[in-house]
Design a protein around this ligand. Structure first.
Ligand SMILES: [Zn+2]
Length: 487
């Protein structure tokens, strides 16, 4: 019996170590305040941003008339005359690139931010393109995303040019007009830089900001520097039926199936949570500023990581999003009338992919779930899922479940002589086995899908490349070929 106390004992000891570490580590307070500029200067700068907001640069998927953005360029030229007259300007279909020759060609840098904004819908306390200056703020669409940063680097260059400054290295200023719909603006600028043989040392794009209270309970102003960006995709799910009349509904209608899918995904996050080194570093940096409880947890991720992976997404959506791929269900459609059963119901979602579970894997997982191959039903998959949340990979989680159920089963068999309990244990073992099998099949399907995609991509690239030595045949090759022909 004594041995049973070892585990809790070790846990208590570890927590004690964490508490002591927290108590002896230095506390910090953030006393950063924005520098107090004189009001006239602040208003001069606010006026520039306001003028930029007043030009509607809403962009739409599929492309816009570049003339629309030339009006914005005209405003920029008026606001930053030196940048426009002294730097070498290139415009490609409304996208801007400026070259500022430095003293050296080594390690050139590029500062960029997009000109376009997303459509302004809904109600606004100040009209979206008013550029109102009120309550110490500049109001309007694009004020924070992201004409502020376009304005910031143009104004910095403008002031430095006025001083006759020459940068130590080449500087490029870039601004695309298709960013909001992931258009080809930035790729066109990249192609232009490649054509010139420019290899950039640093690219600085829009990102975080100086945020007050970045995580609830940590007071002060903190500059959030974004060092990676999640990928994204808009995904559409469609469920079909034969339709019919609302007076005689059938079960399992398209809307009901989609709803069940949404509930399932929201309740049982299918994506793996992980603390990337960048995220861990951010927590470690913020910890000294936090009150004791938070400081204890954030400053001792070596111990509390598994717990944080479960708790964090529940307490802070923003912090949680740093740990895993996310999916947000945003659009839904069904029949056009109240009394018609839809033949087709659709669901739109916006996904953001985390580096450790990229676009292909995340899409493969969500595709399988949408097809109903879901081994994570609430009753069975729950424990397994919590294990994944705690940081185990799929195989480890399956193994852990197996070990746990074996230990429980064996100890119960040892402790009891009742036939009924033994039978129950047998049934439990069957249930666990069924679950494990479904889990393994799910994972194998995902891996297969990923492999097939990878093979297809490789085949595509070898078509253009010089023929290499023959690739050993893989069992999947045949099915890949079939797929290709169908496509
Ligand atoms: Zn933006």
């Amino acid at each position: 019996m004594k041995y049973l106390l070892i585990l809790p004992g070790v846990l208590v000891l570890l927590v004690l170590i964490a508490v002591v570490r927290t108590l002896v580590s230095p506390r910090k307070t953030s006393d950063y305040q924005p520098p107090q500029t004189d009001e006239a200067e602040a208003l001069r700068l606010a006026g520039k941003l306001s003028k930029m907001i007043q030009v509607d640069t809403t962009s739409h998927a599929g492309g816009d008339d570049p003339a629309r953005f030339r009006a914005f360029h005209k405003t920029l030229a008026e606001l930053f005359p030196r940048v426009f007259s002294q730097l070498e300007k290139t415009e490609i279909d409304g996208n801007l690139l400026f070259y500022w020759k430095g003293r050296s060609r080594e390690k050139p840098i590029l500062l960029m931010s997009h000109q376009d904004v997303v459509p302004a819908e809904g109600t606004w306390s100040h009209a979206p393109f008013s550029g109102d200056i009120a309550d110490g703020k500049v109001w309007g669409r694009g004020a924070s995303d992201t004409k502020c940063s376009v304005m910031a680097f143009f104004e910095a260059a403008e002031q430095l040019l006025a001083e006759g400054y020459t940068p130590p290295t080449d500087v490029y200023l870039a601004s695309s007009c298709t960013e909001e719909w992931a258009g080809d603006g930035a790729p066109k600028l990249v192609a232009e830089l490649q054509r010139r043989g420019v290899e950039l040392f640093l690219v600085c794009d829009e990102g975080g900001a100086i945020i007050s209270e970045p995580i609830g309970g940590i007071p002060g102003n903190f500059a959030m520097v974004g060092v990676f960006e999640k990928g994204k995709a808009d995904v559409k799910f469609t469920a079909r039926s034969n339709g019919g009349h609302a007076s005689a509904p059938m079960a399992n209608s398209p809307s009901a199936r989609l709803s069940a899918f949404v509930t399932d995904v929201e309740k049982h996050d299918p994506f793996r949570r992980k603390f990337l080194p960048e995220v861990s570093a951010m927590f470690a940096r913020l910890a000294p500023y936090a009150p004791f409880g938070l400081r204890l947890v954030m400053g001792n991720l070596w111990l509390f990581q598994p717990l944080m992976k479960i708790v964090l997404p529940r307490v802070s959506a923003q912090a949680g999003a740093m740990l895993h791929t996310t999916i947000a269900f945003t659009m839904q459609s069904g029949a056009d009338a109240y009394n018609v059963l839809p033949q087709e119901a659709t669901l739109g979602a916006n996904m953001r992919f985390i580096p450790h579970q990229g676009e292909q894997e995340s899409l493969a997982i969500i595709r399988r779930l949408a097809h109903g191959q879901n081994p994570m039903a609430p009753d069975r998959g729950h424990i397994h899922h919590r294990l994944i949340d705690m940081g185990l990979n799929q195989k480890q989680a399956v193994a852990a479940l197996y070990v746990i159920s074996s230990i429980l089963g064996l100890s119960a068999v040892v402790l009891t002589s009742s036939g009924a309990i033994k039978a129950m244990l047998f049934l439990m073992a069957l249930a666990v086995a069924a679950f494990l099998a479904s889990r393994v099949i799910f994972r194998r399907d995902i891996d297969k899908a990923l492999q097939a995609e990878k093979a297809a991509a490789e085949e595509k690239s070898t078509e253009t490349a010089t023929p290499a030595e023959t690739v050993p045949a893989e069992p999947e090759e045949e099915s890949n070929e079939e797929k290709k022909e169908e496509a």
